[in-house]
Design a binder for this molecule. Structure first.
Ligand SMILES: Nc1nc2c(ncn2[C@@H]2O[C@H](COP(=O)(O)OP(=O)(O)OP(=O)(O)O)[C@@H](O)[C@H]2O)c(=O)[nH]1
Ligand SMILES: [Mg+2]
Ligand SMILES: [Zn+2]
Length: 315
C-alpha cells in the first residue's frame, strides 16, 4: 500500500501522486468505497489523502481508502438543486479572485465565499485582478472593494496578471502551502497560475465580447505542485455560490469584523439586526464596519431559503 495525494478527479478516473515515489498514476476507486460515499456526487476530491494499491503488472492504481479530511470547502451545486459538492479538501488557504470589470464580481459573491471559507476554518485572501482595466469609475470601484475588505481585516492583493503587476507577493504567499483559487469564470485564475509557474500550461479562455464574462474554460479542479514549494488548486469558474452548513444564529461568527464588535452588544444573544444597544450597528454607523458587509450579513441572515442552513455531515 502507498500513500497518495489526489491531483484530479473526473469521471471515475483519478490522478494521484504517490508520495513515496513521486510517481503520478491513474487510479480507479474501490467499489465499496464508491458505495459508502454515494450520497456525495464525487466520493474522491482534489486534495484528498488516500491509500492506494498498485497492480505490479499494469501499474494501474486503486484507491482503497480516503483518509480523514482536515478540512474541505463545499457549496451547493446550483442555486436550485439541493445537491452539494465538495470543491477540494485539505487546503491551507483560499484565494478569492475577483474583478470589478470583465467580469464584474459582486461584493455579495465575495462575502459568501468568505463566509464559507471562515465556516470551514480556511484562511481566505482576496485578489483584485485586472487593475489595468480600472480607469475612471472602475478605479473608484476597485478602491471601494479594497477599502471594504481591508477594513474587514482581509489581506488583499491588487494585481494585473497581463501587465505583471503585484504577482511577486502572491508567489511568496504560495510557497510551501496548499492554496486554492476560486472565483467567477474569466477573472484570470488559470492565467495567474500559468504566469507564476509557466510549466503548468493551464488552458486560458477569452472574455466574451457581448457579455464581458468568461466562458468556463477550466472545467474541473486540478492540483499542481509548485517548483518553489507548495501546491495550487485551479478550479472552474463559479457562477453563484450557495452557502450550506451554516447555523443562522452563528452567521455573525463568519464575518470577523462583526464578530469582533459582537462581544460588546447589550444583549447576550444579540443577532445584530435591530436590537437596542447593538454595538455592531453602532460600529456600522461609525464606519468601523463597512456598510456593504453589514448589509450582506443582514441579507444572508434574513434569506428565507432554508436549504442554505441545511446541515450535512461529510467526512
Ligand atoms: N486585461 C486583463 N485581462 C486579464 C487579466 N488576467 C487575465 N485576463 C484575461 O482574462 C481572460 C480569462 O482568463 P482565465 O485565466 O482563463 O480565467 P479563469 O478565471 O481561469 O476562467 P475559468 O477557467 O473559465 O473559470 C483571458 O483572456 C485573460 O487574458 C488581467 O490582469 N488584465
Ligand atoms: Mg481557468
Ligand atoms: Zn448586536
Amino acid at each position: 500500500m502507498y500513500s497518495g495525494l489526489v491531483l484530479r478527479s473526473t469521471g471515475g478516473q483519478n490522478l494521484v501522486k504517490i508520495l513515496e515515489t513521486g510517481e503520478i498514476i491513474s487510479c480507479a476507486v474501490r467499489g465499496k468505497l464508491r458505495l459508502k460515499e454515494s450520497r456525495n456526487t464525487n466520493p474522491v476530491v482534489v486534495g484528498d489523502r488516500v491509500t492506494v494499491s498498485i497492480d505490479n503488472v499494469t501499474r494501474q492504481g486503486t484507491i482503497e481508502e480516503i483518509k480523514g479530511r482536515r478540512n474541505y470547502i463545499i457549496r451547493r451545486s446550483t442555486n436550485l438543486s439541493k445537491e452539494s459538492h465538495i470543491l477540494a479538501s485539505n487546503i491551507d488557504q483560499v484565494f478569492v479572485m475577483a474583478t470589478v470589470a470583465e467580469p464584474q464580481t459582486s461584493l455579495m459573491f465575495i462575502d459568501r465565499m468568505l463566509v464559507t471559507a471562515k465556516a470551514y476554518s480556511i484562511p481566505a485572501k482576496i485578489i483584485l485582478n485586472k487593475v489595468d482595466l480600472c480607469q475612471g469609475d472602475l478605479e473608484g470601484k476597485m478602491a471601494e472593494y479594497l477599502y471594504v475588505y481591508e477594513t474587514a481585516g482581509y489581506e488583499c492583493f491588487v494585481t494585473s496578471v497581463t501587465k505583471r503587476i503585484g504577482l511577486e507577493v502572491i508567489r511568496n504567499a504560495l510557497k510551501d502551502k496548499v492554496s486554492m483559487f476560486a472565483g467567477h469564470s474569466g477573472v484570470g485564475k488559470s492565467l495567474l497560475l500559468n504566469t507564476i509557474e509557466p510549466s503548468l500550461n493551464l488552458k486560458v479562455g477569452e472574455i466574451s465580447k457581448s457579455h464581458k464574462q468568461g466562458k468556463h474554460t477550466t472545467t474541473f479542479a486540478s492540483m499542481h505542485e509548485l517548483s518553489f514549494g507548495g501546491y495550487v488548486i485551479d478550479t472552474p469558474g463559479i457562477r453563484a455560490f450557495g452557502l450550506i452548513d451554516i447555523d443562522r444564529d452563528e452567521l455573525y461568527h463568519f464575518f470577523p469584523e462583526i464578530f469582533k464588535f459582537s462581544s460588546e452588544c447589550k444583549y447576550y444573544n444579540c443577532k445584530h439586526i435591530q436590537e437596542p444597544g447593538c454595538r455592531v450597528i453602532q460600529a456600522v454607523e461609525d464606519e468601523e464596519i463597512p456598510y456593504s458587509r453589514y448589509q450582506n450579513y443582514v441579507t444572508i441572515f434574513l434569506d428565507k431559503d432554508d436549504s442554505k442552513y441545511r446541515t450535512d455531515d461529510y467526512q
